[in-house]
Design a protein. Structure first.
Length: 386
């Protein structure tokens, strides 16, 4: 069967579907319109589905009627709290919310894979589960979807997912064996001091100054307690304190993330971070509260699946266009599915000069690459379920 010929009629469909979804971005755990769009598409395809899983998650099932393994194709649906600045004709219709991480494209590719794989049903054995997951950006929708049973009855044997990837050239497919993305955790610190007049610091406990020292001390965890050959990062992305130029603030709020590929470090982050916070606060006479969210583990591709997917990708874009992407300290809750089944999370190259890059208000890419993602899914289904 000529898979490229089968996919060709769907090239415009995947672009149109992505644009429909791009217009209606929704924040994590609020994917009502997106979920409804997915459901309408599945209804048109006359494919059985279950909705409202772990919030707004959806699972559709293609049963070939013949015994065989189960393949899962996963897409994430949520968007980011970013005001879009692309100027696109199909830009976000929801002020302050944007699909700036490609989740609209991920959902479009899996939806169109539904259409294509229905046409291939007679060539396949076993079952395909199409997973449309909420809340990837936070607090994480994969684990609740798994707890709701999406990987059971029948048990998922193989799991695939895809991410638009600006870090590799446009038109390439990136596949890496083993760890690809890091374990990503988050934390929140509230410094509690004693406020007062800016002219009388000796009568106060300056929460802002204490917070600044906490931020500096946290950076030394990486520079002095971690193996410099093991990628690790602590980043502070939020610091809020004070209401006026002449008032010493009573409280300061700090939010950050800790990233690593090392499973032991992932487990020990609270024991590494909190003593530093306590030490600084004790020295400054301040109190604190510390909240830690463990987040997702590293995203680790099964070596055997990665090898199979490289051969599949070579048939899609050519052997010279299949590359090994660098590891990144970004996080992905696809990691939870890959702990439960043999799988691979692959990268669809969007080009190093893609507008803005991920999580940027100008993010956009050449949509013609999306057909390659659909074709990988179809060829993978044939390879694994034929």
């Amino acid at each position: 069967m000529n898979i490229k010929s089968l996919i060709k009629p769907y090239h415009q469909l995947v672009i149109d579907t992505r644009r429909d979804l791009h217009r209606i971005p929704e924040l994590s755990s609020h994917e009502e319109k997106t979920s409804a769009y997915v459901i309408d598409y599945l209804k048109r395809e006359n494919l059985p589905f279950t909705a409202d899983i772990a919030g707004h998650g959806v699972m559709a099932v293609l049963d070939t009627g013949r015994p065989g393994p189960t393949l899962m194709l996963r897409a994430d649906m949520d968007a980011l709290p970013i005001a879009e600045q692309t100027g696109l004709s199909f830009a976000s219709q929801h002020p302050g919310v944007m699909h700036a991480c490609g989740h609209d494209a991920h959902t479009a590719m899996v939806l169109v894979a539904v259409t294509a794989l229905k046409a291939l049903k007679d060539q396949l054995c076993g079952t395909i589960k199409f997973i449309f997951q909420p809340a990837e950006e936070g607090p994480g929708g994969a684990k609740p979807m798994i707890e709701a049973g999406v990987m059971d009855n029948p048990r998922v044997d193989f799991a695939l997912g895809c991410h638009i990837w600006p870090d590799i050239p446009e038109g390439t497919i990136g596949i890496r064996s083993g760890p690809l993305l890091a374990a990503a955790s988050g934390f929140r610190i509230i410094i509690k001091g004693r406020g007062g007049h800016a002219a009388k610091p000796h009568l106060c406990v300056d929460a802002l100054e204490t917070g600044c020292q906490v931020v500096g001390a946290l950076q030394r965890i990486v520079s002095r307690k971690m193996d410099p050959l093991a990628p690790t990062v602590i980043t502070i992305g939020h610091f809020q304190a004070g209401t006026a130029f002449n008032v010493i603030p009573e409280t300061a709020t700090i939010g950050g993330t800790a990233r690593t590929f090392d499973m032991d470090t992932w487990q020990r982050w609270p024991q590494l971070i909190e003593p530093v916070v306590k030490g600084v606060c004790d020295a400054m006479g301040a109190g604190y509260t510390f909240t830690f969210r463990k987040g997702c583990p590293p995203t680790v591709n099964d070596p055997g699946m990665a090898r199979r997917l490289r051969d599949i990708a070579a048939a899609v874009v050519g052997p010279d266009r299949v590359i090994e992407p660098n590891q990144t300290l970004g996080g992905e809750d696809m990691a939870f599915y890959l702990q439960k089944a043999k799988g691979c999370f692959f990268c669809l190259g969007a080009g190093n000069d893609v507008d803005g890059g991920l999580h940027n208000p100008c993010f956009n890419f050449d949509e013609t690459i999306l057909a390659s993602g659909v074709e990988v899914y179809c060829r993978a289904a044939i390879d694994l379920l034929a």
